[in-house]
Design a protein around this ligand. Sequence first.
Ligand code: I22
Length: 369
Amino acid sequence: MGSVETQSWLQKLEEQLNVDVDWMDPAFSKRMASEFGVKPNDMTSNNLWVNIQMSHPDNKELFDRTVKELKNEGWLAIYNRIAVQMCKNNIENIKGRVALQVNPHKAYDTQAVLDHARAYAKEFERAGIPQSKYFIKIPSTGPALNAAPKLEAEGIRTLGTALFSLGQAIACSQAGMLYISPYFNETRAHDDLSLWPDVEDPATEHTMSARIVQILDTYKRLYKETGKEQPLLKNASFISPKEAMAAGEVGCHSATISHTVIEQLAKLPYDESKQPGVGAPKPNPYYKQGTPTPERLRKLAKIDPLAAADWDGKLASTDVDYLANNGAELDRIISKDPVTALRLDVALKLFQGGIDESRAKIEAALAKA
Ligand SMILES: O=C(CO)[C@@H](O)[C@H](O)[C@H](O)[C@H](O)COP(=O)(O)O
C-alpha cells in the first residue's frame, strides 16, 4: 500500500491526526514506515509494554548488563535504565517523543510520582535524549496529577493517563500537561469482548465518544477564553480499526494505536463513500487553527451514556480547582462517577501487574548476580 490510489485507512488517518505507535518494538516501528507508509509520530508505552519488551531476546544483553552495572542500586534503578534504553533503541524510528509511565503502585502518592518521573528524566539525560524527545505518563488521580505542574516547570513534559472523564481532563489542563490519553475502551474489554461496545459507527454510537467530544469542546473553549495552551488529546485503547478512524473524525490531535490495530488499518483500502463520517485534515497549530466538531457529532455534546443513573445532566465545571488539597475535588468527582472509578482502578491494577513482573525478573537476576 503506498500510492495515492490505494491509500490505506492508516495513511488516511495520518492525514487527520498524528498516528502514534503504542508498542516499543523497533522492528515494528520500522515496518510502519517501510511497509505501511506511515512513520510513527510518538511512541507510547505502559508498564506492560516495558515488561514485554524487556523479555524480548534482542534485549537480553541489555538486561544482563544493566543488572550487573546497577546491582547495588535496587530493582527500580535497573528498571528505569532498561526502560529508557529501550526507548532510545526506537527513537530513530519515530518522528516525535517516546513515553514511559511512572510506577502505578504510587498513583496516590505525589512525592513518589515526582521522584519516579525525575529518575526517568535523569536516565534520559544520561542516554543523551533531550526533554523535547520524551514525556512521562502519570495516572489521572488527584495526588498524581499534583506532581505535573512541578515537572512541567522543570521542563519534563507529562501526559495524563488512565483517563476516562471530563473532570480528569480539566484537572490535566489545570496541571499544564502536554497530553492526555482518554481510553476509548476500558482495559478489561480487550480480553473480555462482552464488555466491548462493538458498534457499527463508533463516532456516534460508542459509549465513550460523547466524553471525547466534550473534552475536546472544553479544551477548545478554554483555549479561546484564556489563550492558554491546552493538553493535546492523544486517544488510546482501540480494539478495532473503525474506532481509530472515529478518533480522526472527532478531531483528536493524535491516536496511539496497538500493533495489532495498526496492521489492520494498513491492510484496509480507504474508500470515503463507505465511511460513516470523514475527518478534516489535521489543524496546525492544533488549538490556534482549530476545527469545529463535525455537525453529525454535535448531538454528543450534551449526553453521557456512561453517566451514573442519578446524573443531573451537568458536565464537570471548569471553575473548580481540581488540584487543590492534593486533588481532593478530583478524587471526589471520580468517586461519584462509578464507571470512571472502576475503570481507573482496573487500569492501575493491570499496570501494577506489569511492573510487578518486571520487578520479579530483575530481583531473580539480582539474586544470581
Ligand atoms: O495510555 C497510553 C498511551 O498514552 C497507552 O499506552 C495505554 O496504556 C494503552 O493503550 C491501554 O492501556 C490499552 O492497553 P490494553 O488494555 O490493550 O492492554
